[in-house]
Design a protein around this ligand. Structure first.
Ligand SMILES: *Cc1c(COP(=O)(O)O)cnc(C)c1O
Length: 389
């Protein structure tokens, strides 16, 4: 409890690895987290405020079966699929009322597999010199350190790994580390998985500090969806640990403005206060976030909690994902609907991660209209034509 005095929000429950303590008062008075409090009282009447805000309780009590899901969303059914259904009770509180559910609850459409789809659409397994490392770009690698996520997204580009019981042993970790050590051209290491923030703070620190000790590694990045699905994981203790390993960047996965709750906002602000630059990654999903208004709300909302939209991905052709994929024109339309109409900071790069391992390829609406004599013709966000000598 050594960090208690430093907690800015007057709470007593943000402690890793600790049994929750029964407190006299049920919960601190707070209007901001009322929605999740009402949800907890309704569906988890036995659960204390302290337990609910304990990330390990959330992980232990993940919803995985149809019965558990129907208790909360009575009309939803789960259809069989390789990628298991799993979400935290916290994330379940956002599910029934929003389009998020379409990206989380297994759907029979997943069984429709087209010949253009693949279990490893980005060819990561072919660009993996040692297990757990994907070395696609000259100066940076992806370092996969766990196969566990606290919530499984149906469109996951790495669903071939998630929850399939691959062993992420210490030996495997050391091989990956050794590979980075042996390659001085690697100046940027992107730690991902699974979700690295589901590891204990101690384990995460072992990983980050080991990578940080490699002289030629200039920066470390972590890819995670935790602030959206398990914001209680962002404890003061975790942020304090992160601060020791700068420059450390976080890429946060968000799909919909409904994810921007008070709890999530607070988690992002804590990370930002720890000096961590925060970027977001979003996958364009049909019927979920494929319109300008939804995206604008999401990206502007992220800026409010100091997260800079980084990438908008065209959905990878993962097996059984055709019902999620939009036309590429839809993505361009969204970018066009944002540029000029909102802060430039709210506009991510729209990219296709090229199937087969080509890497991320950026796409932009055609603002360049060609050349007349010695002038370039340009179209602005309102459709006006301008020339530049
Ligand atoms: C996305 C990705 C990166 C990081 O790419 P940036 O454009 O630098 O963010 C690195 N390696 C792999 C394999 C990736 O998929």
């Amino acid at each position: 409890m050594d960090n208690q005095q430093k907690l800015p929000f007057g709470e007593k429950h943000h402690m890793d690895n600790q049994q929750s303590l029964p407190l006299a008062e049920e919960e601190p008075p707070s209007k901001q987290d009322l929605p999740s409090t009402l949800f907890r009282r309704k569906f988890y009447p036995e659960t204390t405020y302290q337990d609910w805000h304990n990330w390990r309780w959330q992980v232990r009590n993940r919803l995985k079966t149809q019965d558990q899901l129907q208790h909360i969303c009575p009309t939803e059914t789960i259809t069989g699929s390789d990628l298991p259904f799993a979400i935290t009770p916290y994330y379940a509180s956002l599910l029934c009322e929003s389009a998020i559910r379409k990206a989380i609850i297994p759907n029979p459409m997943e069984c429709e597999i087209s010949s253009l789809e693949s279990i490893d659409p980005l060819g990561e397994d072919h660009q993996s010199p040692v297990p757990g490392i994907v070395h696609r770009y000259p100066d940076r690698v992806l370092f996969l350190v766990t196969d566990f996520c606290s919530a499984n997204c149906r469109y996951c580009t790495r669903s071939r790994i998630i929850g399939q019981g691959q062993r992420f042993s210490q030996a495997r970790f050391l091989y990956g580390l050794d590979y980075i050590q042996q390659h001085p051209e690697i100046r940027d290491v992107l730690i991902s998985g699974g979700d690295p923030l589901t590891l204990s703070t101690e384990r995460l620190e072992q990983i980050i500090s080991a990578v940080r000790r490699i002289k030629h590694v200039e920066m470390i990045r972590i890819g995670t969806k935790i602030p959206a699905v398990l914001p209680m994981r962002i404890t003061e203790k975790l942020c304090k640990m992160f601060k020791r390993y700068h420059p450390l960047y976080l890429s946060l996965h968000f799909m919909h403005p409904a994810e921007l709750t008070w709890e999530t906002g607070r988690a992002c602000e804590r990370l930002a206060d720890a000096g961590i630059p925060l970027g977001s990654q979003t996958v364009l999903l049909k019927g979920i976030n494929d319109d300008v208004d939804t995206m604008k709300q999401l990206f502007q909302g992220l800026l409010q909690v100091r997260v800079r939209p980084y990438y908008l991905y065209q959905c990878d052709p993962i097996q059984g994902s055709s019902h999620f994929r939009t036309d590429v024109e839809k993505g361009l339309e969204i970018i066009e609907g944002l540029r000029g109409h909102t802060s430039g900071y709210a506009i991510p790069h729209y990219v296709i991660d090229a199937p087969g391992g080509g890497g991320k390829i950026p796409l932009l609406p055609d603002y360049y209209q060609g050349k007349i004599d010695d002038r370039v013709m340009l179209r602005n966000f309102e459709g006006g034509i301008y020339t530049y000598p």
